[in-house]
Structures are given as structure tokens and as C-alpha cells.
Design a binder for this molecule. Structure first.
Ligand code: NAI
Ligand code: MG
Length: 327
């Protein structure tokens, strides 16, 4: 089967990890037809627009999209793509792998982040003495994301934790919490619980093993997933999938990392694990498994790791090692 894959490398290490990823994907017995789209800071500089219409159309018409990372234009590119394509569920698995600098070696939970509203609706305005940002929570989007989380739990896990700040944000998060329990009533076989986001931030450090599926609003999900990355060895290891009704986009959780860009230091694992998520989404289970195992074997061996994991290899050296396992 032939798949149309939209590829948006972006800026900084986005380009580097994407090159490494495509180099590895070439080894699999797959018919991937890449269509490249420009977006990000460099695109803005060159064409005056951070996310050209053509790029949106390439993603719209694809079977799936691989996205590297962009820089300062993230709000106008990735946040906009999630809105425009209604990629409402952002899945961010947090998993410990052997061979990494994970603080905990026994973690396997997933953050399901609402991706279309909350604090990231982009409605900010200046006032005389500062600025105001709108935070929108709707019943529709809350129901949709909670339902997604419980369905995911039914297939893969046992418990869903709803995370909010309903004690202070009584109307917005009050609604999110209410809807969370309404949806949970439809899934009697799945355990449910809820916590405030600040307490959750602590529990993630004190007893992260107790989490299975966390469902939360946009900003909280963004913050908690970087905390999750910190628990298992850093942002170089966390992939993600942005899933909608008609489209899906897969990207590492990290950004363009200007501090290490251009030096070949970026860990390609998060990008490659995002490709694994994409292959699963495309129902290419066998290829997903092969790629996943090649990545895990390389981490476990520990000989070809990038410096964030304590190794000496470059992005491409590590990717080539993963590739060699697939030949
Ligand atoms: P960042 O994720 O780019 O970097 C945070 C830290 O993690 C840095 O120390 C970086 O060196 C390290 N890191 C990230 N990915 C790594 C990898 N693959 N291997 C090794 N180390 C890695 O986040 P930061 O610094 O907050 O933002 C930098 C730029 O990225 C900003 O312009 C921001 O707007 C953008 N950004 C874009 C995102 C996207 O395109 N989805 C997401 C997050 C940030
Ligand atoms: Mg983030």
C-alpha cells in the first residue's frame, strides 16, 4: 500500500532529527510517498509567512504527517495546524527505556492532552496595564477528549486520571471535571480519579508509577508532558501523536533546541518513536514493531547514544546504528 506522508522538517534540530528519521524509514519495506512542506522561522524569514497555505494543504491531503520542530513561530505553526486540522487529541507517552538516564526505570503512562482550546486559543490582548489571555473550555471538546482517553484506556490501560484546577477555575475547569466524571460513567470497567494540576505535578515526582492515562486541558498537558520527559531521561525521548477525525500529525515533544542546533547533538529517538506511532496509526503494525525494536535495542546496547544520554555519538551515528539493525 502506498501512503502519502507530509513531511515538515521545520527549524533547528527539527531538520536534523527529520533527516535521521527519513534515513531510517527508507530501510523498511514500505511505500511512503513524501511531500515536503515548509514552515517555521526560516520559512517566515524567506516568504513572510510561517505556515504557508500550500503546507496546510499538503498535510490535509496526506495519510499522515511527520513534523520535526519549529522555533519562535511555534504558535503560528504547530498550534495553528492543530486548530486548522482539528487534531484534537495530543498523545504523549512517557515510558522508561533501558540504557537511558531515566530517573525511574519502571514508567509507562500516557498524557492525553486536549489540543484545540484551553489556554492556547491564541486570544490575547493588551490592556492599559498589562494583557489578558482567554482560556476557553467547552463541553464538546472536553467530552471528546475524555472519551478519547477512556477509549484508549479500555484498549491499553486500566485507569484514567482527570487533571484540572477546578478549585480555583470554577467555571472552566469545573466544567472539565464534571464532564470527565460524566464520561467515566460510560466506562464502568475503567477506574477513574481526579487531581488538581499542582498536586499532579508533585505526584509525578513522588509516585509516577501510579499513573496510567492522564487526561487534561491544553496548557496543563503541555507542562506535565515536559515533566514526564524529565522523569524518563529528557525531551529527546518523548514522541507524540496529534490525532483528529481526518488527519494525524506525529512529532517529537521537543522544540528546535537552538542551544544545540547545527552541532549534530540532537537525540533522534523522539522523532523516530513518533514515526513508530505514525506506523501504528497507519495500521502498519509489523513495521512499527520492527522500528520500535531497533530503537530499543540501540538504547539498551548503549554504544551509540547521543550526549544527552551520556554517549558520544552524533544524531546520524545513532540513527545509522538503528538503521543497521533493520537491514
Ligand atoms: P526545546 O524542546 O527546544 O529545548 C529544551 C531543552 O531540551 C534544551 O536544553 C534542548 O537542548 C533540549 N533538547 C530538546 N530536544 C532535544 C533532543 N532531541 N536531543 C537532545 N536535547 C534536546 O524547548 P525550548 O528551549 O523551550 O524552545 C526552543 C524553541 O523551540 C523555541 O523557539 C520554542 O518556541 C520552540 N518550540 C517548538 C515546539 C514545536 O515545534 N512543537 C515545541 C516546543 C518549543
Ligand atoms: Mg511543550
Amino acid at each position: 500500500m502506498m501512503y502519502k506522508i507530509a513531511v515538515i522538517p521545520g527549524d533547528g534540530i527539527g531538520k536534523e532529527v527529520m533527516e535521521a528519521c527519513l534515513n531510517v524509514l527508507d530501510t523498511l519495506d514500505l511505500n511512503l510517498n513524501y511531500e515536503f512542506g515548509e514552515a517555521g522561522d526560516e520559512c517566515l524569514k524567506e516568504y513572510g509567512v510561517a505556515l504557508p497555505k500550500e503546507t496546510i494543504n499538503i498535510v490535509k491531503n496526506s495519510d499522515a504527517c511527520l513534523f520535526g520542530a519549529v522555533g519562535e513561530s511555534a504558535a503560528d505553526v504547530i498550534v495553528k495546524l492543530r486548530h486548522v486540522l482539528n487534531l484534537y487529541a495530543n498523545l504523549r507517552p512517557v515510558k522508561s527505556y533501558p540504557g537511558t538516564n531515566a530517573l525511574f526505570d519502571d514508567l509507562d503512562f500516557i498524557i492525553v492532552r486536549e489540543n484545540t482550546e484551553g489556554m492556547y486559543v491564541g486570544e490575547e490582548e493588551y490592556t492599559d496595564d498589562g494583557a489578558i489571555a482567554k482560556r476557553i473550555i467547552t463541553r464538546h471538546a472536553s467530552e471528546r477528549i475524555c472519551d478519547f482517553a477512556f477509549k484508549y484506556a479500555r484498549d491499553n490501560k486500566k485507569k484514567v486520571t482527570g487533571v484540572h484546577k477546578a478549585n480555583v477555575l470554577k467555571k472552566t475547569d469545573g466544567l472539565f471535571k464534571k464532564v470527565f466524571y460524566e464520561v467515566s460513567d460510560k466506562y464502568n470497567d475503567i477506574e477513574s480519579e481526579d487531581y488538581h494540576v499542582d498536586a499532579t505535578a508533585m505526584y509525578l515526582l513522588t509516585r509516577p508509577q501510579s499513573f496510567d492515562v492522564i487526561v487534561t486541558t491544553n496548557l496543563f498537558g503541555d507542562i506535565l508532558s515536559d515533566e514526564g520527559a524529565g522523569l524518563v531521561g529528557g525531551l529527546g525521548l518523548i514522541p507524540s501523536g496529534n490525532i483528529g477525525e481526518n488527519n494525524a500529525l506525529f512529532e517529537p515533544v521537543h522544540g528546535s533546541a537552538p542551544d544545540i542546533a547545527g552541532k549534530g547533538l540532537a537525540n533522534p529517538t523522539a522523532m523516530l518513536l513518533s514515526a513508530v506511532m505514525m506506523l501504528k496509526y497507519l495500521n502498519e503494525q509489523e513495521n512499527a514493531e520492527l522500528l520500535n525494536n531497533a530503537i530499543l535495542d540501540t538504547l539498551k546496547e548503549g554504544k551509540y547514544l547521543t550526549s544527552d544520554m551520556g554517549g558520544k555519538s552524533s544524531t546520524m551515528e545513532m540513527a545509522n546504528q538503528i538503521k543497521n539493525k533493520l537491514l
